[in-house]
Design a protein. Structure first.
Length: 349
């Protein structure tokens, strides 16, 4: 269980019944899911939620004692708030919120992939200045798949050589429907928007920018290399037609939008990273060719494990909220009465 009477392991071992006070930025689909999953947790108290429109009606009730505010400083400058959850998105105000929260010693949990991809080196440097602050970002890549945890822990003693994946649920839904029904791109895009899979402005998804940010984060974790995402070859799916799928079927292939990052060894010594995001012809006997709908998948090649596969829902209220709540509970496990018992887990090992 992730809510109700769940007692974090650290508290249970030490016999403490401390309560951690939390402020959250954003109260949309994911933010509402986070509150629903945590509203019964007796060891966590939401003090405030910051939103752009305080008068807007929400489909989830605020927890008792939690106020809604339009001023971000009400949370960041509140000395009682020990943890900040950022699910509002963007790279302007969100950056100010995240950076100032870290400076003030507050633990940060975020799902903001473009923020992390763009400012990863600055975040890493700031965390070194504040070693007791936990910075958690499981929900930033592939929704409900615990892929960040896999890189930080499960692959920590391994040597990653290649990362390949479907990292955006919206585009995979569109491509899957085009492949199975022969429907044109614009028709399927409208269907995706009607079902809530695509935003009113779907550019970040269909042009590949969303998946590109995720690929940069996994490249940082896998190879220790910071990539300027603006320099990556990135082609989305807006030019794919139903005719393309007909030709793909003739050679027993399917079309998938893949992010690929690979460490290439040079003959003269040393190495470099080859990275791109593009529609790719995938052989029909490759499992990736048969991943349909909003499902994401990441294949990781490494020295010790050879090939590992991670598959699951890549978006949605509860898959993404589940990853955020997992980070919340991790922070609570390594803290006692709001202070970290020793250095925080390393965000970018």
């Amino acid at each position: 269980r992730v809510h109700g009477d769940c007692i974090p392991i650290y508290f249970a071992v030490h016999g403490k019944m401390a309560t951690m006070k939390v402020g959250m930025f954003g109260f949309g689909t994911v933010g509402g899911g986070v509150i629903q999953l945590l509203k019964e947790n007796k060891h966590l108290q939401f003090k405030a939620v910051c939103v752009r429109d305080t008068a807007k009606q929400r489909d989830v009730e605020l927890p008792a004692g939690c106020k809604i505010t339009g001023d971000w400083k009400d949370i960041v400058e509140d000395p009682e708030v020990q943890m900040v959850i950022e699910v509002m998105g963007g790279t302007t105000l969100a950056k100010e919120v995240v950076f100032e929260s870290i400076r003030r010693g507050k633990h940060v949990i975020t799902a903001n992939k473009p923020l992390i991809s763009k400012y990863v080196d600055e975040i890493e440097a700031l965390l070194k200045q504040h070693p007791t602050v936990c910075f958690m970002y499981e929900a930033s890549v592939c929704g409900g798949i615990p892929i960040i945890n896999a890189f930080q822990r499960g692959l920590a003693c391994d040597e990653v050589t290649k990362v390949v994946g479907i990292m955006n649920g919206t585009t995979n839904y569109i491509l899957s429907k085009m492949e199975k029904e022969g429907a044109p791109y614009q028709t399927v895009l409208k269907d995706a928007m009607d079902k809530g899979y695509a935003e009113a402005d779907p550019s970040a998804d269909v042009e590949g920018w969303d998946a590109r940010s995720k690929l940069c984060i996994l490249t940082k974790l896998g190879f220790g290399v910071t990539i300027d995402e603006e320099k990556i070859f990135c082609q989305g799916i807006s030019r794919i037609t139903s005719t393309d799928f007909q030709y793909a079927k003739m050679i027993n292939h399917n079309i998938k939008l893949l992010g690929i990052s690979e460490k290439i060894q040079k003959a003269e010594g040393g190495s470099f990273v080859n990275i791109f995001l593009s529609p790719v012809l995938v052989p029909g006997n490759n499992p990736i060719a048969n991943i349909d709908g909003v499902t994401n998948v990441v294949q990781v090649n490494s020295k010790n494990l050879n090939s590992s596969w991670f598959i699951g829902p890549g978006a949605g209220r509860y898959p993404t909220a589940n990853s955020i709540v997992a980070d919340v509970l991790d922070v609570m496990r390594v803290t006692l009465n709001g202070t970290v018992n020793g250095p925080a887990p390393i965000a970018f090992p």
